[in-house]
Design a protein around this ligand. Structure first.
Ligand SMILES: *Cc1c(COP(=O)(O)O)cnc(C)c1O
Length: 401
């Protein structure tokens, strides 16, 4: 039986007619960028996540970059984050000129260990960027406490955790800003790239809306004014110290800030609006599949993922540990069961970060996990029969080795 790590064909097939209809409408409207689908989707995501503002953008990496920039994080600043994540988390920090400070993770939840944060705080630390890895929320109470005590921003990388809860609050709305990705393999996936930024602060929402469209036009002006502490009144703007240096215009071709081109398009938004309606059901299915794995695998050689009592995980990936990982992966592969190594190189040991001068042994848990972890197939449409086939194969491996 052939079982891929993720099979998107089943979900897409079920939604096919609904999606084709939505696409037909976008195509006949020809309003491909920043139209009603994007606006509608932003509102629906804000409602879904209990956030005041949701600002869409081109992808999850941009969501992180725009968020950091909107908070004024730049060269010379340090941002605390985890080394056991997808590269984009740290890359975004570096992209705005700041330095990622990697803090070791817990071996059981795979998330940042908040007790390790304090000793790495310096006068340059500006923010903490926890990642809700594999769908499980990080220990947000402790992260928020440290942030409050030390006057730091918190940016949640919720790219893998849309719909997950920390003590009954959806992730993405706990810190100052939340970042989401709609990369096709995520729990809510587009037919291409897409991203979303959530916040409860109007000021940040205005800056983000300006930055994503080249700092131009009305949204650029509003962002400029809010950054410079000016009320959004064009006349007042003209009469300030900027008099004679610039004119206030709302033209699309008048730029107030150096921004980005980072927008979600109508085609993606129309697809995501349809999929969002099913997200809770899909996340529930994922949980049921994970529970079955937990039950059946608890007495095998694998270490099954631990989920804290404080959270509701959305099981983006079912990541187990094995001290015979390579052998196990090959064995499963021979049985046509695909797996994935998440993540085989801790970020502090990536070539791209050799300038930061980390060494092997600096972040022991992340390094330990990077040699042991891998994901088993888990997606809402995975059948019980397929799951049993995977479980049987693991029993067989244990008997043999
Ligand atoms: C997917 C992902 C990103 C980046 O999202 P893209 O949409 O691919 O740019 C960032 N952080 C984490 C943890 C992710 O899983």
């Amino acid at each position: 039986m052939q079982i891929p790590l993720l099979n998107l064909k089943r979900q897409t097939k079920i939604l096919n007619d609904e999606i084709i209809k939505a696409l037909d409408k976008v195509i006949s409207d020809t309003n491909f960028i920043m139209g009603t689908e994007v606006e509608g989707f932003e509102q629906e995501i804000a409602d879904f996540l209990d956030c005041k503002y949701a600002i869409s953008c081109a992808n999850g990496t941009d969501a992180l970059i725009l968020s950091l920039e909107s908070l004024g994080i730049t060269k010379g600043d340090e941002v605390i984050t985890t080394p056991f994540t997808f590269f984009a988390t740290a890359e975004a920090i570096s992209r705005v000129g700041a330095t990622p400070i990697f803090i070791d993770v817990r071996r059981d939840t795979y998330n940042i260990d908040p007790y390790q944060i304090k000793k790495h705080l310096t006068s340059k630390t500006k923010a903490i960027l926890p990642v809700h890895i594999f769908g499980q929320p990080a220990d947000m109470d402790k992260v928020m406490d440290i942030a409050k005590q030390n006057n730091l921003y918190v940016i949640e990388d919720a790219c893998q955790a849309i719909g997950a809860k920390y003590k009954d609050r959806k992730v993405g709305g706990i810190g100052d800003i939340g970042c989401f990705s709609f990369y096709p393999t995520k729990n809510l996936g587009a037919f291409g790239d897409g991203g979303m930024i959530t916040t409860n602060e109007k000021r940040l929402a205005l800056i983000l809306k300006g930055l994503r469209v080249h700092g131009s036009g009305n949204s650029g002006r509003k962002a400029y004014n809010v950054i410079n502490g000016l009320s959004d009144n064009e006349l007042k703007f003209k009469e300030t110290k900027y008099k004679n240096k610039t004119v206030s215009q709302s033209s699309k071709y008048y730029n107030y800030l150096i921004g980005y081109n980072s927008r979600l398009d109508e085609i993606q938004a129309s697809i995501l609006r349809i999929k969002l309606k099913y997200l809770d059901i899909w996340n529930q299915k994922r949980k049921e599949i994970a529970m079955y794995y937990n039950e059946k695998l608890k007495n095998t050689s694998l270490t099954i993922p631990y989920v804290s009592q404080d959270v509701k995980s959305v099981y983006h990936l079912f990541v187990v540990q094995s001290n015979k990982r390579e052998k196990m992966i090959n064995f499963l592969n021979e049985k046509e069961i695909s797996t994935g190594r998440y993540y085989p190189t801790s970020l502090h040991l990536q070539k791209a970060y050799h300038d930061l001068n980390y060494n092997v042994g600096d972040l022991k848990n992340a390094e330990y996990l990077s040699k042991r972890t891998f994901a088993l197939p888990l997606y809402p449409e995975l059948s019980r029969e397929e799951q049993n086939y995977i479980i049987e194969a693991i029993y067989e491996f244990d008997k043999k080795y």
